[in-house]
Design a protein around this ligand. Sequence first.
Ligand SMILES: C[S@@+](CC[C@H](N)C(=O)[O-])C[C@H]1O[C@@H](n2cnc3c(N)ncnc32)[C@H](O)[C@@H]1O
Length: 216
Amino acid sequence: MNSDISEKKTAPQQQTMRRYYRWQSVIYDLTRWTFLFGRNEILNRLPITNDLKTMRLVEVGCGTGRNLKRLAGRHPHLLLTGLDVSADMLRRAAKATAMYSRRILLLEKPYEQFLTRPEQAPDIILFSYALTMFNPGWEQAIRQAHTDLPDGGYVAVADFHDTRSGTFRWWMGKNHVRMDGHLLPLLESTFTVEYCSVRTAFFGLWRYVLFIGKKQ
Ligand SMILES: C[S@@+](CC[C@H](N)C(=O)[O-])C[C@H]1O[C@@H](n2cnc3c(N)ncnc32)[C@H](O)[C@@H]1O
């Protein structure tokens, strides 16, 4: 795992994430399947072709590598990069994806600049339950994805959307998640919509969004 983070130059949002996931990383995979809905569906909907063409996917905020592992197992010609600011989450990702380590690069860094040569530009950038935790930073991240993708590239997002419950919004805020329906307008104005669905969860307690957009 490559690290590009030192405490000194880490922004407050990233420090918060590193602290939060120090312990949450221990229970993350045991607990998150109960409420991070739509992750499998967004993976199933990714426009990945299983012909011999090599495709590149970057997951921003890859966490414990749950999505990277599934994608690597399914698509033998896919090259994957996972970015995250939490070393604790990435340690778990490295273990979970060890069998695919030749095709998965894990980077301990925030998504600020993703410097690649044009021929190595990602075909797909995935944000799975990451953007609602980028506070501040979600707008820059969406714009950065647009910059990093080539024409015809895709952004894919699964994330919380909103809630009518003030108590639930407060509780999610305590867990560093913003639930104000704020992602979708910027995603829709930045990318051409290929797929978009807002779904209810837990009998309407909150809604989550699945979005696939194309850079034209
Ligand atoms: C809720 S987890 C999602 C993990 C994984 N994508 C999934 O679907 O299970 C959010 C992840 O985003 C990471 N994260 C938060 N802020 C970040 C930032 N500015 N840059 C990169 N990763 C960040 C956190 O460390 C955490 O691992």
